[in-house]
Ligand binder design. Structure first.
Ligand code: HEC
Length: 146
C-alpha cells in the first residue's frame, strides 16, 4: 500500500467515525417537534387557566392534534398514549377537566426542577399555548381515574 493510499484510508476512516458519532448524537438528542395547530382558534398572548377547547366545536380537532403532539413530545417520558412506564407521572390520573387544567398548564409552561435537576422540561417558548391546550384536550380522553 502506498503511503498516499494509506493516508487516504486513514482520512476516510476518520471521516466515517466523525459522521458515525454525529449520527449517534443526533439520534440520542430528542428535538422537540413543532405541533401544527392549523384550524384551532388562536388564543392570544395571555395565558389561560382553563382549557378553551373543551366542550366546543374545536374539541375533536384539538384532541387529534393533541394526540400526535403528545406522542411526539411527551411520550418518551410519560409513555405512549399517556400510559406511563413509571419514569414520569402517569398523566391519565391527572385531575380531569377544570380541576386539573391549572396544574397542567403551569407544569407544562414552567416544568419542574428538583435540586437543580430539570425533571420536567420547560415548554413555554417551545410549544404554543394552542398546542398545550390541544394536548390537555387529548389527555382528557385518556383519563383513567375514578
Ligand atoms: C424528559 C422527560 C419529560 C418529558 C419529555 C415531559 N415530561 Fe412531564 N414530567 C416529567 C417528570 C419527571 C415529571 C414529574 C415532576 C415532579 O417530580 O413533580 C413531569 C410532570 C408533568 C406534569 C405534572 C404531573 C403531576 O402529576 O404532577 C404534567 C402535567 C406534565 N409533566 C406534562 C407533560 C407534557 C404535556 C409533556 C409534553 C409536552 C411533558 N410533560 C414532557 C418528565 C417529562
Amino acid at each position: 500500500m502506498s503511503s498516499f493510499t494509506r493516508k487516504l484510508g486513514i482520512s476516510l476512516f476518520f471521516c466515517a467515525s466523525v459522521l458515525g458519532v454525529g449520527r449517534v448524537l443526533a439520534h440520542g438528542d430528542v428535538v422537540p417537534q413543532a405541533i401544527d395547530t392549523t384550524g384551532l382558534p388562536s388564543l392570544g398572548s395571555d395565558w389561560l387557566e382553563k382549557n378553551p377547547y373543551r366542550g366546543t366545536k374545536d374539541q375533536a380537532l384539538a384532541t387529534k392534534i393533541g394526540s400526535s403532539g403528545f406522542n411526539q413530545n411527551c411520550a418518551r417520558c410519560h409513555g405512549l398514549e399517556a400510559e406511563s412506564g413509571g419514569l414520569a407521572p402517569d398523566l391519565r390520573y391527572l385531575d380531569k377537566a377544570e380541576d386539573g387544567d391549572g396544574w397542567f398548564i403551569n407544569r407544562v409552561r414552567h416544568g419542574y426542577n428538583q435540586n437543580g435537576v430539570q425533571k420536567m422540561p420547560i415548554w413555554e417558548g417551545i410549544l404554543s399555548q394552542e398546542a398545550m391546550w390541544a394536548i390537555r384536550t387529548y389527555l382528557d380522553t385518556r383519563y383513567a381515574g375514578d
